[in-house]
Structure formats: C-alpha cells, structure tokens
Design a protein around this ligand. Structure first.
Ligand SMILES: [Zn+2]
Length: 277
C-alpha cells in the first residue's frame, strides 16, 4: 500500500488538498481552502456550511464550485452532509441516503432532504456517494480503504471528539464495513488549529495528558493532532499510514476559516468519495 500523501491543487481559483495516488485507486479525498468562492466577509469566500448565517444560495454555489474543482460536478446533488454536534456518533450511509443535506437552500424547507442528524462521522462503502463535513479549527480526519473492498469515513474531532476517541471509532467502523485490517487504512489529518495557538484550561490539558501518549501540550496549549494520531495508533495504524496537512487554521486565516480567530466565520470542508465500484 502506498504511503498517503497530501498535495495542494488549484483549479479555477478553488484550492484543495488531495492524494493523487489514492485517486487512481478509486477514492478521492479533498480538504478545501477558503478561496475561490462567492461568499462575502466574514464568510469569504468558499464557505461550505449552511449553519453559520451565510446566504444559503451562496453556500450552494460554493459547494458546486468545490465539487467541480475536485472533478465531482456530476455527483453534486448526491452529496451527503451531517449536522455536527461534537459528539461521537457515526452514521453509515448508503445509496438510499444520496443527496441528504446536499443543498443548503433546502435546509429550511419542511419535508425537504435534510443532513444526517446529530452525527460527527460518516462512513460508506457505496460508490458515487460523496461525503462532506465542515470545519473551522476542529480536526478533520478522512480514512480510506481500497482492499478488500473500498470504503471511506470522515470524522469531526474537536476536543470532545478527540478525547472520546472518535478517530479510533471511525477506524473501527470502517474496518467493520469493509472487512479490512487496520494495516490497510490510509488516514488524512486535515487543517486544524495547532498546538501553537489552541489555548485551553490546564485542567483540560491534564485530561489529555492522562488519556493519550505523546501529547506535546505545554501548560494551557492543546495539540489536538497529537491526540488524534495517538487515537489512530490505538486503532492499529502505524505512523506511515497517516498523512498530515500540517497548517494551523488560526495562523492561516487567509487560507482557512478559524472559529477561534473570529466567532462569525465560514467553514472549510473535508470531502471523500469512492469513484470506482
Ligand atoms: Zn497556530
């Protein structure tokens, strides 16, 4: 299995990070940056989330632009999103769920397709079913398996999810769905607030230090990525199976959204789709 690797790609002003080798094997992953969209400040410009107060028609246009840039224009209306609640519930979705929460403009219409409720992780083995979750500082983790059958998972890990080991639960769910072994999983850790900038209480840092190994936190700074990677190692992954984007959202507000930097802001996305049967 090739080592996972994230590279930066720009297409018509939309910038995203992806693994081109994984794409040749039938799974496309993508982490968006915030440029190339149509939203105005404080959502400028590629805000992908419906719940932040942005104009929903602009959110839909941004989602279309992102998916087109990634080469998924024909799957635009099959997109599945979730209402994220900082929990540890994962939802396994299938072809019948195609399009749930695909359109932000439908989110207020009673009876219309709505996102998967109260879920911080999505898993599927179905092809042509793009999954997307939304982030501004929390850690996006995308998991992919291509053998014996293709499968993907995306989890949303803020401090609560990281502490309750949602990355590990994501791996477990993906292995259960695909019959793969932990050594066959490729993991991608997307953009998030770094240990350089994530100020929390010393009590919380102590809780992390007692729950995880190799946490580099000092005093009142929390290194969520270390906790996430520790959680992935607990699930059986080796360091070589994990690729990291490595940017701090708080330090890079020109490229990513950061909730800590400004409470009213947009969300970038983590996207994954199986493109081959
Ligand atoms: Zn930072």
């Amino acid at each position: 299995m090739p080592r996972p690797e994230l590279v930066r790609v720009e297409h018509e002003g939309v910038v995203f990070w992806t693994d081109e080798v994984l794409a040749t094997q039938g799974i496309r992953v993508a982490f968006s940056e915030r440029s190339g969209g149509v939203s105005s400040p404080p959502f400028g410009s590629l805000n992908l989330a419906a719940h932040v107060g942005d104009d929903q028609s602009l959110v839909d246009e941004n989602r279309s632009r992102f998916m087109s840039a990634v080469g998924l224009a024909d799957l635009r209306d099959r997109l599945i999103t979730a209402d994220q609640v900082h929990g540890v519930t994962l939802g396994t979705v299938d072809t019948g769920d195609a399009g749930r929460g695909a359109r932000a403009t439908e989110s207020m219409i009673p009876g219309a397709s709505s996102p998967v409720p109260a879920t911080d992780g999505l898993v599927t083995t179905a092809s042509n079913l793009p999954l997307m979750l939304f982030f501004a500082d929390c850690v996006p983790v995308v998991l992919a398996v291509t053998d014996p059958v293709r499968g993907i998972a995306i989890v949303h890990a803020g401090w609560r999810g990281a502490l309750e080991r949602i990355p590990e639960k994501g791996v477990e769910a993906l292995l259960a769905a695909t019959g793969a072994r932990a050594s066959q999983v490729r993991a991608y850790v997307g953009p998030h607030i770094g240990g350089c900038c994530y100020k929390v209480s010393t009590t919380l840092v102590a809780r992390f230090n007692s729950s995880f190994d190799k946490i580099a936190a000092v005093d009142d700074r929390l290194d969520l990525a270390s906790a996430v990677k520790s959680s992935l190692r607990s699930a059986g992954l080796a360091e070589a199976q994990i690729a990291e984007l490595g940017s701090c959202t708080y330090d890079s507000v020109d490229r990513f959204f950061s909730y800590r930097a400004s409470n009213v802001t947009g969300r970038h996305g983590a996207l994954a789709v199986i493109t081959k049967e």
